[in-house]
Design a protein around this ligand. Structure first.
Ligand SMILES: [Zn+2]
Length: 416
């Protein structure tokens, strides 16, 4: 079975229906990819994930490497086994977090807020980033090669090439430099995957870690035998500059990775700038490979950007807002597919819900809405009861699945 198959191309736009086939199951695209940063979609059990028919989830390499660490992941046989996951998973490269950590560290130093505290980031250059775990002080090296090895151990079905996510605003000069670095790193990721003789004393210019710094097991066994197929996505960067985005798209697509991702978006730029970054590269995107958009998940953005050829979207938004007491409203969410853009969130913290015994969302058939009222959920949030986080996360992801259902039906009918 091919990794990606397109079953229908919309006659109206660049939208398409497809399937991504992995060892852990098939993903019908376009799909929304809920984020489970540390190997858990916060507040949900694996039974919830199955009930919701979540097709693909996202884990963050940086967080998993810091804790529980590669030793534990290797010992368990990957995140699927450790976290009892049975659905396909996608992992990022760690680049986004290591660079945001580096940036914060720089800001802290320049602002002299943290005094003489030892910097967490020890070194950052063409090779990658060396930093100390905020958890236990362990030295961790992120290079294209170690990122590939970390992701191999995590065992997600889809992996991202190591990239530098440029922050907003950035100059053209800096963005170009970061983009070129990302391109060089992509070549190294592809090369490393081919040779696949992973260890931690890689020819990166950094000294090998001593056994006392990293468990000895790391340098001997766990990276040698991938048990499942892992598909690499190259990442298009280039910030908010049209010429760089196009240049990056051409380069990344030409590397022939099984999939393509668009990164460095939704990092502080306006909605219009964010969407432009996708629209500029749309003509360069491959017709026979899946395209993922990193970190975008607002309803209007998804509806707009599937029409420019995006197949999968990951975002913390639906579960993050759920934990703050915000519930999506089905009819308003689905109306976006018909071009009606009205607000689709309600805030259960508001006092107007204190005595409101109506269901959370009258249009929704999820178990939260079948069993619980707005008044009860208002009570849970006012009392910071854990069940509130679970009930709203469940509901918001259920609504996201309905949105993606409607999007797929609309593409099939050439409405989108
Ligand atoms: Zn519901």
């Amino acid at each position: 079975m091919a990794f990606f198959l397109v079953s229908h191309n919309s006659k109206k736009s660049k939208a398409r229906l497809g399937t991504i086939t992995t060892d852990h199951g098939v993903v019908r695209t376009p799909a929304f990819v809920p984020v489970g940063t540390k190997g858990t979609i916060k507040g949900l059990t694996q039974e919830h994930i199955k009930e919701l028919n979540i097709q693909l989830s996202f884990v963050n390499t940086y967080h998993l490497v810091v804790h529980p660490g590669v030793e534990v992941l290797a010992h368990a046989g990957g995140i699927h086994a450790l976290a009892h996951y049975s659905i396909p998973l996608m992992s990022d490269s760690g680049g986004f977090q290591v660079f945001s950590l580096a940036k914060r560290q720089k800001e802290r130093r320049s602002a002299r807020v943290r005094g003489d505290e030892e910097p967490l980031v020890e070194k950052i250059d063409e090779n990658g980033v060396v930093f100390r775990s905020t958890y236990n002080g362990q030295k961790i090296i992120f290079t294209p090669e170690t990122s590939m090895d970390f992701q191999r151990t995590i065992g997600a079905d889809i992996n991202m090439a190591f990239d530098e996510c440029t922050y907003y605003p950035a100059t053209h000069e800096y963005t170009e430099k970061a983009m070129n670095r990302t391109h060089e790193w992509l070549k190294r990721c592809v090369e490393h995957r081919k040779g696949s003789k992973p260890n931690f004393s890689i020819s990166s210019g950094y000294p090998a870690l001593r056994a006392s710094q990293v468990d000895e097991k790391l340098t001997s066994s766990p990276f040698s035998a991938p048990t499942s197929h892992q598909f690499l996505y190259g990442i298009i960067q280039g910030g908010t500059f049209e010429d760089l985005r196009k240049k990056s798209a051409e380069f990344v697509v030409a590397q022939n990775t099984p999939g393509i991702a668009i990164g460095g978006v939704s990092v502080g730029e306006s909605k219009e700038e964010m969407r432009n970054q996708v629209k500029w590269v749309a003509p360069y995107l491959p017709k026979d490979r899946p395209v993922h958009l990193l970190g975008v998940g607002q309803v209007d953005d998804i509806v707009d950007l599937v029409q420019h050829g995006i197949d999968t979207f990951d975002c913390v938004e639906p579960t993050r807002v759920a934990r703050m007491g915000t519930a999506y409203q089905t009819s308003a969410v689905l109306a976006h597919v018909d071009g009606l853009h009205s607000p689709y969130e309600i805030d259960l913290n508001k006092m107007e819900y204190k005595t409101d015994l109506s269901p959370l969302d009258a249009e929704c058939s999820c178990s939260t809405c079948v069993h619980y009222s707005k008044a009860f959920i208002h009570h849970l949030f006012k009392q910071r009861e854990l069940l509130g986080y679970t009930l709203l996360s469940y509901h918001n992801l259920f609504v996201m699945e309905r949105l993606m259902d409607k999007i797929r039906v609309s593409i099939e009918a050439n409405i989108l």
